[in-house]
Write a protein that binds this ligand. Structure first.
Ligand SMILES: *Cc1c(COP(=O)(O)O)cnc(C)c1O
Length: 400
């Protein structure tokens, strides 16, 4: 039996990045073409660019239920995370407190490399970090977080939803506990702990209302919600002081210097607004397809195992399987030959040959971690595409 490759690309790697939505591209074009002004200029071109930038900020602030000034534009998710982590306790040469009073931060073992690498840099600059272990589905508990707090803890950084196994943390519950703890700390004259969440995978799928989430800092990137790449934002609660990591003309209230990416900000705002307009409808559809795919694979491939949780505490679009005995990378390449795009986990780890740190952290053996594949769906994924993917998987297993 021979199976023809799909004529159309079946893109199941939306956790790595999403395609640019046509309406988003359309909203950006004027600011790449005729409306090219610098928002800091005094003439009409500048004023137009400024108002487009500020309207975009307002649209994003509405989704987050926060003030406009609490939204800081950055060049993507990684940069926003760097600003959160390294801006909280600047090193001594920036007037910060290192050495004598070592700042302490708490995070988890399953964070994205953008967070883990910041934690390492934070430690190199004199801080100390605690990495919380998760359970076998990727969850941390409020009790674990509170137990790790020390008098010198300054930052808690826990991802909203995991990019590899789709685990959705109870950020609201952790946020409430941290806020309560801060009341006690204030009485003892201890510095307040700042709570950050990396919402890169959550933005566009889950509730971003910062009042419900009880977060001080939240970071996201447009490239994961059908917007352009290298555009993101940091939500920063009023009153939280951050030190910049990029210096220059003082744009973004001094937090992110450099001429603003107006077209990018406009695209991001359009994308976010679109995502939240049809959120429930899209999530319902994607979740049904996800569950269908998971059931089929578990029924038809007896040795396959699902990684991560099931039900509502899993991202609607995330699927991650271990197929013992087969290298994940081999499977991804075979799928590609059928015009199906999947992934072995996080896109950023393609440069490293180590098995996924997330799968290892939830207890998979090195071999099983290497034998895992992630399928991440989008709002335009169809049942026909999933059925073809199942067919291709079956076919591949007969030939390898
Ligand atoms: C994609 C992603 C990032 C990094 O965002 P970039 O825009 O690629 O810098 C950070 N955290 C998570 C969970 C992600 O999925």
């Amino acid at each position: 039996m021979k199976l023809q490759p799909s004529k159309k690309l079946i893109y199941l790697d939306n956790a790595a990045t999403t395609p640019l939505e046509p309406l988003v591209l359309k909203s950006m074009i004027p600011y790449l073409a005729t409306q090219f002004g610098n928002p800091s200029s005094l003439h009409k071109q500048g004023i137009n660019a400024r108002s487009a930038l500020e309207e975009s900020r307002e649209i994003i602030a509405k989704v987050l239920n926060c003030g406009n000034r609490e939204v800081v534009f950055t060049a993507g998710g990684t940069e926003a995370i760097n600003l959160a982590w390294l801006g909280i306790c600047p090193p001594p040469y920036q007037g910060g407190v290192r050495g004598g009073s070592t700042p302490h931060a708490i995070t988890t073992t399953i964070e994205h490399h953008a967070v883990l690498a910041c934690a390492e840099e934070f430690e190199r600059q004199g801080g100390k970090a605690t990495y919380l272990d998760t359970d076998s589905e990727g969850f941390v508990t409020v009790e674990q977080v509170l137990k790790a707090v020390k008098s010198n803890t300054r930052l808690i950084s826990i991802m909203y939803a995991n990019n590899e196994i789709g685990t959705i943390q109870d950020i609201a519950k952790i946020g409430r506990a941290v806020a309560q703890l801060n009341v006690e700390r204030l009485k003892k004259k201890l510095p307040a702990i700042i709570f950050h969440t990396d919402a890169a995978q959550a933005a566009g799928s889950l509730d971003l209302n910062i009042h419900k989430l009880n977060v001080d800092l939240l970071t996201a990137t447009a490239s994961k919600f059908y917007g352009p790449k290298q555009v993101g934002f940091l939500y920063k609660r009023t009153g939280i002081n951050l030190h910049p990591i990029v210096f220059g003309g003082g744009q973004e209230a001094g937090l992110r210097s450099g001429t603003e990416n107006v077209a990018g900000a406009v695209g991001m705002a359009t994308a976010l607004e679109l995502a939240y307009k049809d959120l429930d409808k899209n999530n319902k559809k994607i979740t049904e397809l996800r569950n269908y795919f998971i059931q089929k694979v578990l029924n038809e491939f007896k040795s396959a195992k699902l990684n991560g949780p099931t039900g509502d505490s899993r991202l609607p679009n995330n699927i991650n399987f271990t197929f013992p005995g087969i290298e994940g990378e081999t499977l991804v390449l075979y799928l590609d030959s059928f015009n199906i795009a999947a992934s072995t986990g996080s896109a950023c780890s393609t440069v490293e040959t180590n098995p996924s740190h997330v799968l290892r952290a939830i207890g998979l053996s090195e071999d099983n971690a290497k034998s895992s594949v992630r399928f991440s769906l989008s709002k335009s994924t169809t049942k026909t595409e999933i059925d073809y993917t199942l067919k291709a998987l079956k076919h591949i297993f007969t030939i390898i």
